[in-house]
Design a protein around this ligand. Structure first.
Ligand SMILES: [Zn+2]
Ligand SMILES: [Zn+2]
Length: 405
């Protein structure tokens, strides 16, 4: 009986030792080889359900198709005055239009509108009806319901570093809104300060299209999604492999200026690479293409930013493509890398960060930490039980030993 139990415990222990990489390294990070698909979208727009008239949800889909988008998120204003009937009508309209337009994924979102504006994705009217007027309570409720929350247009709202720093559960904020690049994202700005203080915020961008603007106007958010479903898009946003490119009008439709490829040691945006102190250099692989060539513009400047400082500047000259491995020595731990580039017309592409960690607690996905906690707890429990069974076994053995003389 005791021997059988011991075998089971030892086998469990060996199993846990064999999967210990999961608990100690970044083995569940996204790499270039990970299965996924890049989708182009607009994260913020209004319809007749708030201040987007005359645009219906169907109008927004037609604009998205014209502007080459794969998905749009309708984010009409929601306040304490929004009644349940309106909320449900708006939800059903989005579902119906999504079903009748299989080439464009239409997600239902909302803009929680009080002193600050919060974009909420991945919820239903039942969840939204219960949202408090208190911003922290609203963000917590969005997360608890499985959704995701972004702070809208911090510049327009007059928000400061501290207004975003005090919030818990925010996935990030708008780096671009209504064709405007937020001052938060300039090198050494509030975003860098937030990242350095351990807030792993990512940026997204949206047209915030109201009456006369179009879905997909001014820019495009690129999201690397596990699949092209609504769930896959929300999951992609949670993971954070996301970048934003400004757009320009070409023959009556808006097209993103840039395509960006950005990895550090083969790991994608939004992920954390763990470095030991002996490894003090990383390889940044960067590919930037002007998707609109025709000799109209060239890459102007590419900046790699780490811990609030530009660690590498590359000047484009007269090229429309850049592709290179860049070795960055003396990497601080913890830190992060991000990229910002512009073309000769002054249009920008902005990456999200890739985090460099040594101490897992500070800059990591909380879900991984919970799994690691469960792992370590079971490891200890099984190890203690094994020792207890071994000790008991040895004691029993010595008890029944015949006297030596
Ligand atoms: Zn707003
Ligand atoms: Zn808005």
């Amino acid at each position: 009986m005791g021997r059988k139990l011991l075998m089971v415990l030892l086998i469990s222990l060996l199993f846990l030792i064999s999967i210990k990489d999961f608990a100690t390294s970044d083995s569940n990070n996204l790499h270039l080889s990970s299965e996924g698909i890049w989708l182009k979208g607009d994260m913020h727009m209004h319809t007749i359900f708030s201040d987007g008239a005359p645009n219906t949800v169907e109008d927004r889909v037609q604009q998205a198709r014209k502007n080459g988008l794969d998905f749009i998120i309708i984010t009409d204003h929601v306040t304490a005055e929004t009644d349940r009937k309106t909320l449900i009508a708006y939800y059903n309209a989005v579902l119906k239009v999504d079903e009748s337009n299989p080439d464009i994924t239409v997600l239902w979102g909302f803009e929680w509108t009080y002193r600050w504006h919060i974009l909420g994705y991945g919820l239903t009217p039942d969840d939204v009806e219960l949202l408090s007027e208190n911003i922290q309570e609203a963000i917590t409720a969005i997360n608890n319901a499985g959704g995701i929350a972004f702070f809208a247009h911090p510049d327009w709202s007059g928000a400061s570093y501290n207004d975003l720093y005090v919030l818990k559960g925010l996935r990030g904020f708008e780096g671009f809104n209504y064709g405007h690049m937020e001052s938060f994202i300039r090198p050494g700005g509030e975003w860098d300060a937030l990242l350095m203080s351990g807030k792993n915020y990512i940026i997204i961008g949206g047209s915030d299209a109201h009456g006369s603007e179009e879905a997909g106007q001014w820019g495009t958010t690129f999201v690397y999604c596990p699949n092209a479903t609504k769930k896959g898009i929300i999951e992609g946003l949670k993971r954070g492999c996301v970048y934003f490119s400004e757009s320009i009008p070409i023959n009556g439709s808006w097209r993103p200026v840039f395509r960006l490829g950005f990895t550090v040691n083969g790991t994608l945006m939004g992920q954390t690479i763990m470095l030991s102190s002996e490894e003090d250099e990383v390889t940044v692989n960067l590919q930037i293409n002007l998707s609109i060539v025709e000799g109209k513009s060239f890459i102007h400047t590419i900046s790699i930013i780490s811990n609030g400082k530009i660690v590498k500047s590359i000047f484009g000259g007269t090229s429309s493509r850049f592709s290179s491995d860049i070795l960055i020595p003396h990497v601080k731990v913890p830190s992060y890398f991000r990229v910002i580039a512009n073309d000769t017309n002054g249009k920008y592409v902005v990456s999200n960060p890739i985090f460099i960690g040594k101490f897992a607690a500070k800059m990591e996905n909380p879900a991984n930490n919970i799994l690691r906690g469960i792992y370590l707890f079971s490891f200890l429990l099984i190890a203690i039980a094994s020792i207890a069974v071994i000790v008991k076994h040895l004691r029993n053995k010595s008890k029944f030993q015949p006297p030596s003389t």
